[in-house]
Design a protein around this ligand. Structure first.
Ligand code: C2E
Ligand code: MG
Ligand code: MG
Length: 767
């Protein structure tokens, strides 16, 4: 219900009550009596209707609760109906007790039942009983206090029967219990539910005022309807109806039981000092304690005992729950949820515990089990089946092992077994073979037919080992076994460590070298065959290793490729070579070219052409002065991409050479597919050149091929003068080799260029 509507309804109820009060004050009692009695009938019925409406909007316990409260209000209304019938129709006055009291008396338990059904209370009958006993304790205390302060003096001069007095007192007592329960509800309810509870409490208090007033009037013999105090019944029920209207618009959130506050834990015990104080007061003034005080005191004492008993029971239950939660939590922390095997953490912990125990002197070992190609099972059968297979593998591992062996799932498709008390190392071999055999058996289940195999690495514990070290060694042994094939096992040997870690260490070394800029370029001159004049240089990379000294490219180019550093280093080579070539050309004044070796990964890199053009632009080297050397390591299958790149380079003006031509099997395929400018005839042919046989004929054929395709030719690896002379005779364009110069730093090349051969000087002068 909206706040606006609530305001309207609240204002109407307040106006009605005010009008009633005014009528009762101003008009004679006889005239207002029917109005009073009828309004006491109408107000509870209105409240009951509102509660039913509120209940229909709710579900579960809240609905039942509102229906019970509605029943309580309706019972009150029914009682009042009987009252009106007796008084207004049968003119029997206001007999007390009468049939009407059946309805009135039923109202309080029904209201209480409704309140206790509300979803604010802790679940379980014991907890509810504790709440009720708390309510009774507080109510008992209040009752005793009011007995001593207000009621005893009045009841001292009884004018009515004991039954009617007792009954008239029962209503305020009931009200006290209701208000107590409401106060406890308020302390437990979430803030959003507090408004309806406050309104119900206000209604209950108004009713309590009327109930107390009428009990007082009874005691004094002045009871009769039409009293001003009766207004509380009307107003109280109207406010109750308002509470229902206020609650019906609210959607209940998830049930929220708030923990009791320290105050709510202490409140139930407060009546005890009150009882003791009142008893002492009676004893001191009269020398005896009245039966009523004793009775209430005893009742409160029993209630406290009951409450304590319930609290102890609850505590025992909570402690048990906590203990079972704790063991469940620690099990979860130590086990893999899928297979229920020990997890990595607990495996390491238990193995460490065993290894550190001086009593465990027998042979023990760790087996590292890795499933082969498990990814395929996940990919082809789905992850659910993959999980099923993992569980089955876990069960098989368990079944293969002795009861005292520790089996764990390290994660993914990796398992580990810790074997202890082994009689000898041979036993390990037997167990590993049995394990592989068991793992290899195909999985047959209702929805799965699959087979997995596993590879096992074994590490035998040595003195001083810990679990992490054992696992690491077993892991290395597993990788070494995997390298031999699937479904194998291997026992760790130190050589495995070297084989596995050497590449890793090399990689780290190279990464460091790239960062530290430990690479340098040497240049080998390329000479014109007829004149022996230097016409160009080939850039050749060197690694100036801080410990190993100068390292040649054949010892690290492959590692650079594997470490995915080649593209980065290759770009550096291009920039450096172009820059140094520009310097050389500046010193010599000659149009020398520079050749740069390019690996296949560079060629296949989409950014390669941009790297080349940046190097040219950055150095100012003309594109025609750059030669890109390509070896046959680029596979023919990739030649489409390479062909495209070469096309782009050649359209920029860059020339392309095929390095080590003739050394591979695909030399001629290359020539057919790729458009190039220079053939560099491999050194092996130079070696054969003077040996007689087919050597010279092959070189002649290659030079002839180059000439007929309009390509320049370079003879590589020329070491002897006779080889050079043969190249002159065969018409080779250029030559390169130790005969002319070894690879050297650029400064030395510049010096060499300036010292021209006589033939070269002649040609230079003629230009
Ligand atoms: P390559 O491109 O065929 O270079 C010629 C190699 O033969 C060089 O070896 C050179 O020192 C050597 N050489 C030259 N003349 C003679 C000779 O008369 N006798 C003998 N025995 N050898 C001679 P290097 O510098 O060790 O280079 C080896 C290979 O490394 C090169 O062969 C090239 O394929 C590669 N390489 C060198 N630098 C780079 C580079 O920056 N990037 C790439 N990707 N590869 C490079
Ligand atoms: Mg080369
Ligand atoms: Mg070569």
């Amino acid at each position: 219900m909206t706040n606006r509507r609530l305001c309207v309804v609240g204002t109407a109820a307040a106006a009605f009550c005010t009008a009633l009060v005014l009528a009762m004050l101003l008009a004679p009692a006889a005239a207002t009596r029917p109005l009073d009695e009828l309004s006491e009938l109408v107000a509870p019925m209105l409240a009951a209707t509102a509660c039913v409406v509120a209940g229909r909007r709710k579900g579960g316990r809240a609905r039942t609760a509102w229906y019970l409260i509605a029943a309580g209000a309706a019972a009150r209304g029914a009682g009042q109906g009987a009252w009106c019938w007796l008084d207004l129709v049968l003119h029997q006055g206001n007999p007390f007790p009468s049939i009407a009291d059946a309805g009135f008396a039923a109202a309080v338990p029904l209201l209480l039942a409704g309140l206790l059904t509300m979803p604010f209370w802790p679940a379980g009958p014991a907890a509810k009983l504790r709440v009720v006993s708390d309510g009774l304790l507080v109510a008992g205390g209040i009752l005793l206090l009011s007995w001593h302060t207000v009621l005893t003096p009045v009841l001292a001069s009884p004018v009515d029967s004991a039954l009617s007095q007792g009954l008239s007192l029962a209503y305020p007592i009931g009200d006290v219990i209701v208000v107590t329960v409401l106060a406890m509800m308020w302390s437990r309810a979430s803030s959003s539910s507090r408004t309806p509870i406050l309104l119900i409490t206000a209604g209950a208090l108004l009713i309590a005022v009327s109930d107390t007033g009428s009990a007082y009037a009874h005691a004094r013999g002045s009871f009769g309807s039409g009293n001003l105090v009766d207004i509380g019944w009307v107003a109280g029920h109207l406010v109750l109806g308002l509470a229902a209207l206020c609650a019906f618009g609210r959607r209940e959130g998830p049930r929220q039981v708030l923990p009791p506050t320290p105050l709510s834990a202490v409140v139930p015990y407060l009546p005890l000092p009150v009882v003791i104080a009142l008893a002492v007061r009676e004893w001191l003034s009269d020398g005896v304690i009245s039966p009523f005080t004793l009775l209430i005191g005893l009742a409160l004492f029993v209630l406290v005992l009951l409450r304590q008993g319930l609290a102890v029971r609850e505590n025992v239950r909570l402690v048990r729950l906590l203990a079972s939660n704790e063991s469940e939590l620690s099990h979860r922390a130590e086990h893999d949820p899928l297979t229920d095997l020990n997890n990595r953490g607990s495996f390491i912990h238990l193995v460490d515990e065993w290894l550190s125990d001086p009593a465990s002197d027998r042979i023990c070992a760790v087996m590292f089990v890795d499933l082969d190609d498990f990814k395929h099972i996940n990919d082809s059968l789905g992850h659910a089946m993959g999980d099923e297979a993992i569980v089955a593998v876990g069960e098989r591992l368990r079944s293969c092992m002795r009861s005292h062996d520790l089996v764990a799932r390290l994660g993914g498709d990796e398992f580990a077994v810790f074997l202890t008390r082994l009689p000898n190392v041979n036993q390990l071999v037997t167990i590993a073979e049995r394990l592989i055999e068991t793992l290899n058996e195909p999985f047959q289940s209702a929805d799965m037919h699959a087979s997995v195999c596993g590879t096992i690495g074994i590490a035998i514990a040595e003195p001083g080992d810990d679990a992490a070290e054992l696992l690491r060694r077993a892991d290395i042994a597993m990788y070494a076994a995997k390298a031999r094939g699937k479904g194998m096992f291997g026992i760790f040997e130190p050589s495995m460590h070297v084989a596995m870690y050497a590449p890793l260490e090399r990689r780290a070394d190279l990464e460091r070298a790239v960062e530290a800029g430990e690479f340098a370029l040497h240049f080998q001159p390329v000479v014109d065959v007829p004149t022996r004049a230097i016409v160009g240089v080939e850039a050749l990379i060197r690694w100036e290793h801080p410990l190993l000294g100068m390292v040649g490219p054949l010892d690290f180019i492959d590692d650079l490729e594997k470490a995915a550093l080649m593209i980065r280093v290759g770009a550096w080579v291009l920039n450096e070579a172009c820059g140094q070539a520009v310097r050389l050309r500046g010193i010599t004044g000659d149009d020398l070219f520079v050749s740069v070796n390019v690996s296949s990964s560079q060629m296949l890199d989409s950014g390669f052409v941009a790297v080349v053009s940046d190097a040219l632009a950055g150095s100012g080297l003309p594109a025609e002065a750059l030669v890109v050397e390509l070896t046959e390591s680029v596979s023919v299958g990739e030649s489409e991409v390479v062909g495209l790149r070469l096309c782009q380079l050649r359209s920029m003006g860059v020339r392309v050479a095929i390095d080590d031509f003739g050394s591979g099997y695909s030399s001629f395929t290359y020539l057919r597919r790729l458009r190039v400018d220079i053939l560099k005839i491999d050194k092996s042919f130079m070696d054969d050149l003077l040996a007689g046989g087919s050597g010279a004929a092959l070189v002649e054929g290659m030079i002839g091929l180059g000439n007929s395709l309009g390509l320049l030719t370079i003879g590589e690896g020329v070491e002897e003068g006779a080889q050079h002379a043969a190249l002159v005779r065969l018409g080779c364009s250029m030559a390169q080799g130790y005969l002319h110069a070894r690879p050297m730093p650029m400064d030395q090349i510049a010096e060499r260029c300036l010292v021209r051969t006589p033939a070269a000087a002649e040609i230079a002068a003629a230009r």
